[in-house]
Design a binder for this molecule. Structure first.
Ligand code: ATP
Length: 236
């Protein structure tokens, strides 16, 4: 159990680049343990680039940032897998291995992150599948599941190592409204049990139904609803 009260994410004077282009600059915010925060902004405004920086897929070149107590400034490449064990990442396009069963998809991640004991692996897989309401799906192939069920498996996979925060990039993007709502309810349950969530979304219906703090990428900056008021009308 982590009793630390330091923020799960903390950014100071961060700039984010793609190639030589500055995408966002002067980014400052913290996300506390157990917070649920949306990340919004027009297409191309920098949401994915910001998330990629936080899970160390893009290097942090300017400013300082910590995620799950890892200092991202000059984080050595060999430290990245250790950071990834403390966080969960959920993409829009599920990125499941389609030639393997659900159980194999999950055990692949556990083995890759250092789990060796077969009975512990089995137990952890069954715990996370139960958590997402798909305990009967272990032996199914991903293509035998609906889109919403596949997304639940991706969420189960992200939960395997008990992350302190989930980074989710448009997790409801390809799902119909009812299914998306079920995914949001699952996120709320996960969040209520103490995992922080930063979720990029274009879905304003969801934001209205489940209101939370919002970070908004606009004009190369990140606005924070905790600090200043801004509108979310008509998309952005
Ligand atoms: N791999 C890359 N190489 C160069 N430029 C990139 C790369 N990925 C993104 N960009 C550029 O960075 C800017 C921000 O893109 P990003 O994907 O972060 O936006 P976004 O807000 O997530 O958009 P969307 O809502 O469409 O996912 C865009 O101008 C994009 O063209």
């Amino acid at each position: 159990m982590n009793f630390s009260t330091s923020p799960v994410v903390s950014l100071r004077e961060v700039s984010i680049y793609q190639d030589v282009n500055t995408i966002l600059s002067n980014v400052n915010f913290d996300i506390e343990k157990g917070e649920f925060v949306y990340l919004v902004g027009r297409t191309g405004s920098g949401k994915s680039s910001l998330l990629k920086t936080l899970y160390s897929d893009l290097p942090l070149l300017v400013g300082s940032a910590t995620v799950a107590e890892f200092n991202l400034t000059k984080l050595p490449k060999k430290q990245v897998p250790y950071l990834r064990r403390k966080i969960g990442i959920i993409f829009q396009d599920f990125q499941l291995l389609f030639d393997r069963t659900v159980a194999e998809n999950l055990s692949f991640v556990l083995r890759a992150t250092g789990w060796k004991d077969k009975s512990k692996i089995k137990q952890r897989m069954s715990e996370v599948l139960m958590r997402v309401g798909l305990d009967a799906a272990a032996n199914k192939m991903p293509h035998q599941l609906s889109g919403g069920e596949q997304q639940r498996i991706v969420i189960a996979r992200a939960l395997l190592n008990e992350p302190v925060i989930l980074f989710a990039d448009e997790p409801t993007g390809n799902l119909d409204p009812m299914v998306a709502d079920g995914i949001m309810k699952l996120f709320e349950e996960i969040n209520n049990s103490g995992t922080a969530i930063l979720m990029a979304t274009h879905n304003y219906e969801i934001i209205n139904r489940y209101p939370k703090r919002v970070l908004k990428c606009a004009n190369g900056k990140v606005l924070d609803s905790k600090v200043e008021q801004f509108t979310l009308t008509n998309g952005y």
